[in-house]
Design a protein. Structure first.
Length: 139
């Protein structure tokens, strides 16, 4: 299979195999008016298999969402066909409107228009808790 190189844009690399569609949806890449290539199950010496997303446009994305999904993901920024920056991600301290609180009595599930805010409470375990009711996200 041949996927062309990009002139200006980014390559989201080292995505765990099978996670590219989740990233596509969370970043709302379907709203972009440019070419987006999703490569699933690409061979990787380090990971065995991985997914890759190529975006052929200079767009702004939320790197905190990517860090939340997987800190091993790297983002390569391409300008004029040349790699100008390689970003390594980390867990964000706070997530806004990325995850939904599962507590049915939480104000974010009862009231509309309230930001769903989660704070990192345990970095070693990647544990996030709702800023309003302290319910743990992602058991």
């Amino acid at each position: 299979m041949n996927i062309d190189s990009i002139k200006n844009g980014m390559v989201i690399d080292h995505i765990a195999s099978g996670k590219s569609m989740e990233i596509y949806e969370l970043l709302q890449l379907e709203k972009l008016d440019c070419q987006v290539a999703i490569i699933k199950n690409a061979q990787s010496r380090k990971m065995g298999k991985k997914d890759i997303i190529k975006i052929d446009s200079d767009v702004s994305i939320d790197f905190e969402i990517l860090g939340y999904i997987d800190t091993d993901i790297t983002v390569n920024i391409i300008k004029n066909g040349v790699l100008v920056e390689k970003r390594h991600l980390s867990l964000p301290e706070k997530l806004v409107n990325v995850i939904t609180c599962k507590n049915p009595r939480c104000i974010t599930t009862v009231e509309q228009g309230i930001d769903r805010i989660f704070k990192l409470t345990n970095k070693e375990n990647g544990e996030y808790r709702c800023a309003y009711c302290e319910t743990k996200a992602k058991e």
